[in-house]
Design a protein around this ligand. Sequence first.
Ligand SMILES: *Cc1c(COP(=O)(O)O)cnc(C)c1O
Length: 446
Amino acid sequence: MAAPLALTDAEDPSFAELLALRPHLSLHAMDGLVMEGVPLARIAREVGTPAWVYSAGALRRRARALKSALADAGLTASVHFAMKCNDNLAVLKVLAAEGLGADVVSGGELRIARAAGIPGPAIVFSGVGKTEAEIRLALAEDIFQINAESAEEIAMISAIASAMGRTARVALRVNPDVDARTHAKITTGKSENKFGVHFDEAPAIYARMAALPGIAPVGIATHIGSQITAGMAAYRAAYARLAEMVQALRAAGLPVERVDCGGGLGIPYRDEPAPSPEALAGAIKATLGPLGLPVMLEPGRWIAGPAGVLLASVVLQKRGASHRFVVVDAAMNDLVRPAMYEAWHGIVPLSAARAAAPLSPAEVVGPVCETGDTFARGRLLPDLSPGDVVAFLDAGAYGAVMSSTYNARPLAPEVLVDGTRHAVVRARQTHEELLHGQRVPEWLAT
Ligand SMILES: *Cc1c(COP(=O)(O)O)cnc(C)c1O
């Protein structure tokens, strides 16, 4: 069932409702908001704010839930974490230990995946604009599969692989022309989007690819968009088209070893309907199951999103002409999703006393000089004082990775919580590092 489009503020979930759906977080009278076994206030004191905090337990639980949903549906499946949503080494280590591979979209991500100990043969490389250097790196690392997005790219891969004396395992990314009904900036499976080759052209391109030197065609791939919460209809439609295509390719005598089902499974940030891994596994089974092929999944957000929070301190509360502004020390340069996608993030005070106090609407804003630097409008929050810390929920995906140093704000540190242990897994950037690499030309130096 679809959520109503325009929810009023009164319908925002309460703190208790938000926490009930996030089992790695709990609110305690003395310790306040606790992640697994670590009070978040302790982390805020130790590392300062803003700071990203990830739950290893939540990452593990979610990775396992996905894998067991696929296995329970009787599918032979491998899961490749879409590391563009969170490329922290420690996060990748946790997921690699759960048997997840990586889906990378750049040479930089490929190097980080290798540094996290993810073997080349567990890595998939997606993206419309892989450069020659990136393709060479992928071949040198003997990765599992390159997802090619155009005939032009296939020609490039063939030439590079031949020159290197290698054979590239290539899947063809097909654009199934379905509408995933998600935000326009993150829908990828419509024919007007830049991704993949058009459904009608795919069989001919696949056949030509099979005849090229240096290429072993291994199958087809799709990825229809991100934050998909509108049910399984779009997934089913896309996978049904892929199944049809595999049958046509087989009938033409072409080899197809596997199907890459992409990522995109959405999470409930506010109170969106939450599609389950079981529903996704069911959609795959119903459409692609009869082919009897191994499948691959490239989830990002579903695994990492709910596992992370962004901690921010209240700088001050400002009474405007018509609004109460809560100014925090995190900004759009840290968490850009509200400014970029009109995203809603739960905001929970760390103090149990604050969380239990009377609520009134507030505009939650950062210090950056843009009106877009607004995290929430008309959000029901208690009266907050300078130094109070709040947690922005579901910040584990497309959070730290999308941050910038806009307004010369150093990148915030990242912390991993694992049971009762915690560690800084990326230090806060220093002001010296902000200047690193900058040079004043000689003629201006005088
Ligand atoms: C972004 C992306 C994903 C992951 O999307 P999520 O919504 O984070 O699951 C998977 N595959 C490809 C090709 C992508 O570009």
